[in-house]
Design a protein around this ligand. Sequence first.
Ligand SMILES: Cc1ncc(C[n+]2csc(CCOP(=O)(O)OP(=O)(O)O)c2C)c(N)n1
Ligand SMILES: [Mg+2]
Length: 792
Amino acid sequence: MDTPVAIRSPGISAERRAVLLREIERKLLWLSAWTIHNANHIRPNRDGLKVGGHQASCASVISIMAALYFSVLRPEDRVAVKPHASPVFHAVNYLFGRQTREKMAALRQFGGAQSYPSRAKDGPEVDFSTGSVGLGVAITTFSALMADYVRLHALAAEALPPGRHIAIAGDAELDEGNIYEALLEGWKHDVRNVWWIIDYNRQSLDSVVPDRLFGRIEGLFRDMGWNVVTMKYGRRLEAAFAREGGEALRRWIDDCPNSLYSALTFQGGAAWRQAVLADLGRSQGVRAILDPLGDDEVAALMTNLGGHDVGMLIDSLNAAAAEGDQPTCFIAYTIKGMGLPFAGHKDNHAGLMTREQMELFRGAMQIRPGHEWEPFEGLQASTAELQEFIDSVPFARPLTPRGRSMTAPVVAVPATLPMPKAAGRKMSTQAGFGDILAEIGRGQGEMRELARHIVTTSPDVTVSTNLGPWVNRRGVFDRHTRNDVFRDAKLASAQRWGMTPQGQHIELGIAEQNLFLLLGAAGLAHALHGARVLPVGTVYDPFVNRGLDALIYACYQDARFLLVSTPSGLTLAPEGGQHQSVNTPLLGIAADRLAAYEPAHVDELAILLRHAFAHMQVPDGSAVWLRLSTRQIEQPARSLDSGAVIGGAHWAVPPAPGARIALAYQGPVAPEADAAFALLREEEPGAGLLAITSPDRLHAGWLAALRARRAGDRRARAHVETILAPLAPDAALVTVLDGHPAAHAWLGAVRGQRVVPLGPDHFGQSGDIPDLYREYGLDADAILDACAQALI
Ligand SMILES: Cc1ncc(C[n+]2csc(CCOP(=O)(O)OP(=O)(O)O)c2C)c(N)n1
Ligand SMILES: [Mg+2]
């Protein structure tokens, strides 16, 4: 698969490259430690807060990153870097000329290099943001799946050679459950070209990892069809093991508990010698190995682990690449803090070198004061040779003229989407969603291109969220063609689920984090693969909470997708409290880069669905979330102001100028609001009825207008301000939604109005809608009572 390194740059011999790589390792160790030191000890500190950074976590992964970036990686590979190795990542880019000294010097400062690699803030060199441990590792599985998807659907404008999807993982990341969810899902989809390289320093934040753990984990990977390559000992130790007495020494290290190994590493050569000889001193061979060595050399030998042997790492990685595209887990034994004074100490995770330690380190690295940032300061090789070497490594080739981030043309979205004939009938927003998508799925006329670029996915709730008809039309995606056994046997079923490489639905198991990781990866396909896909994921609304960290993670990376969460709220009446979501409208307000909507009627839904497909493609757009329901309600015949629907609210019945009260509703409580409104109008003929489609958009627009006015733009006006303007300044507002009432309570702050907000603020329970609406205060009587209270 890979061209041997020597052929790429005939100017530098293989032996010389090995020497230069060790120079690069030294430099990465220095730069990462210095960048953190500078942030903590050199830069002025205005607030007295510890700045932090992880010198020990960086040190442990230096050789792994040197081997990858300066030998093994190709430009088309995509990498998720262990979050607390961020300074090493910045240093790598600095050496490639892709990171500035100013940003390095401003690590963890406003506008500086980020503490954890960030796509949105560090720019296109970052393939995947990392930070919440486990998620960066797992997303590589889904980006590999999407790479196959876009290739098999011929969606990429310019096809790149298939790259690998690589996670450089901390060993404690494997404690996160989402890792195993992703492993299982990856196995089901026969995902290829994924590498997870585990920095196995046997330390997490607080502690040393139990010894027995890795045997288990290795077995797990193998069970999931992964190749496992363990890099335990470096070549110097292997050479020692080959000598007389070497086997005893190997056994001694193999049996050495992780915590003792760590402690001896911290204590150094004399302690190592004493401990080994206390057990093996009677072995002539072992003495012959250790006696000629000074204490420092004994320490270097005993800590010569595979993850610190750059030559061995390169050979192992290349050997796995040559074997093919099987997912591979590399367990690289390392020492946390390797090469730094706190190497191996169990408390070193957040440890920082003192000024004195840094001065000693500077001396050892031969860095002159004032020359700390110079890329090749203190190295033996000449600047010209080092630069030639860096320029010659495969990863130095630009992936695109603009760097690692690709683009894809926008898919035209027709001016209107096919509307089901709903007016005058009863229909739910969920059914409307299924119908509209199924119509698009016919792929006819102007819907053809739109349909071609949509990919749907769902964690085992495809049918119950009404994606079924779309799937019947567009098929299920699988890298291999698999027949629909029920269909072949002529057994009746509403679902036709033959699987092919052309299918456009990715069926997931029930783990919701995987849904959001896939939406994250698919929502970055334009940037990662140069292919536009319009991902649509469906999930039950309450279980958004189950995948919330991964959802936020996807948004943090600015992934673009449509989330449809349905059913929602108390309208799942018989299902009971665990299925009735209360907090999700608040999540919609609080989640950045996610425009959250809850339409009540199918005409609003059609406008919002169209908006979603367009909004997720424009540079200043975002992901979109539609909260839907299975409650069937009467569909009005009317024409809507789509701008107002997208802006977050429109008047179902406009108020008379100066009206004393308005009733606002959101989602499927519309019939109760209608009924209460009819009675309210008998008392208050000028009252208005407001349909809120998005408290999130209203709130965001309001904050933006306030900010703009503070900045001097006196004409800035929010949609919510325009909407509420006809009401009397002291008019009352009664609001109602099937979700937490705080989603609306803030509306009173816009113009200083009184608000009586209605909505469940306790866990739900089973019942039918009349009982539950009465119990939670959403029925027409409760709404009228609230109106009376608001008018006092
Ligand atoms: C989800 C999550 N929980 C907790 C943390 C805090 N945290 C950051 S690093 C870390 C330990 C990581 O250990 P490991 O993965 O072994 O990395 P090492 O520093 O040893 O390389 C923890 C608990 C986090 N970033 N994300
Ligand atoms: Mg660790």
